[in-house]
Design a protein around this ligand. Structure first.
Ligand SMILES: Nc1ncnc2c1ncn2[C@@H]1O[C@H](COP(=O)(O)OP(=O)(O)OP(=O)(O)O)[C@@H](O)[C@H]1O
Ligand SMILES: [Mg+2]
Length: 267
């Protein structure tokens, strides 16, 4: 479903700020996989999603999505196949438009006259049905501007918009991080239901170990542009947050150690 082969990416090459983030990175994701990704700050998680979506260009390598080589395809062309929800609830929605206009915009994505919000009146009942499922009362606020919604309500709306055009791939980047614990749990529940119902192949980045464990069928831990833990099936089911924290701590300790040895060698 998603195949990444020999991916390389260097930020600010040939400058003092040169940062080689991916060096021959490969991963193979099957259709219907729900992958949770954890890892330290700067591990490359968001960059990976940005390279997949085309928001950032790769230096070399191959990205094949649903059999199509999209390695060098523009972001707007890939957007047809990819749904995305960001950490910031202001992204992914147009705040000065109504809920209805936002939904219509998402509904028209990928169609001939995409990126317009021509509202098809016949679809309004369908939008209401979708919103009712969220259990946030949004179905009664169709004509409200999105600016009036809370962060949680926006994320729920963005999620519905992201999956509306049945994308091949759903990319979630800490999409509950800006929410309070109760709302975060609610959005996570909606996420699980939507992914299951639509059987969308999903990559979900999170710093919440509990969410990483309870969602999806595969868990990856990334560190310094590499996958350092890859667990699935029974192994994932048997993993605890404590064990995961321990693995996480070890990865960071190794990093600290190598930094220190670098400092020692420089001294
Ligand atoms: N557009 C960019 N230009 C230059 N450097 C970048 C860019 N995007 C990311 N980086 C660098 O790449 C590295 C990986 O960043 P990335 O945002 O992918 O980390 P992350 O794993 O998502 O971390 P976090 O958990 O903090 O979100 C960092 O060192 C970051 O500074
Ligand atoms: Mg990130």
């Amino acid at each position: 479903m998603l195949k990444i082969q020999g991916l390389c990416k260097v930020f600010n090459p040939n400058t003092v700020n040169e940062n080689k983030i991916f060096d021959n990175f490969s991963i193979d994701i099957n259709k219907g996989d729900f992958i949770t990704i954890i890892g330290s700050n700067g591990a490359g998680k968001s960059t990976l999603l940005n390279l997949i979506s085309g928001n950032i260009n790769i230096d070399s390598g191959l990205i094949v999505l649903d059999g199509k080589d999209v390695s060098y395809k523009e972001e707007f062309k890939r957007a047809k196949y990819i749904g995305r929800v960001y950490q910031n609830p202001s992204f992914g929605v147009s705040p000065n438009m109504t809920i209805l206009e936002n939904l219509a915009l998402a509904d028209n994505k990928g169609k001939k006259y995409g990126l317009s919000f021509g509202i098809n009146k016949k679809r309004i009942e369908y939008y209401k049905e979708l919103l009712t499922k969220l259990d946030l009362g949004l179905e009664n606020k169709l004509y409200n501007k999105v600016t009036l919604l809370s962060g949680g309500q926006r994320q729920a709306l963005t999620l519905m918009m992201a999956v509306m055009s049945e994308p091949k791939l759903l990319l979630l980047d800490e999409h509950t991080a800006a929410l309070d614990p109760k709302t975060s749990a609610k959005i996570m529940e909606i996420t699980k239901n939507v992914v299951k119902e639509k059987e969308i192949t999903t990559l979900m980045v999170t710093h919440n170990m509990k969410h990483a464990l309870e969602c999806g069928n595969i868990l990856l831990m990334m560190h310094a542009g590499k996958v350092i833990v890859d667990v699935s099936g029974k192994e994932k089911k048997n993993l605890t947050t404590e064990k995961l924290m321990e693995m996480f701590g070890k990865a960071n300790a190794i990093e600290e150690l190598s930094d220190r040895s670098l400092l020692t060698s420089l001294a």
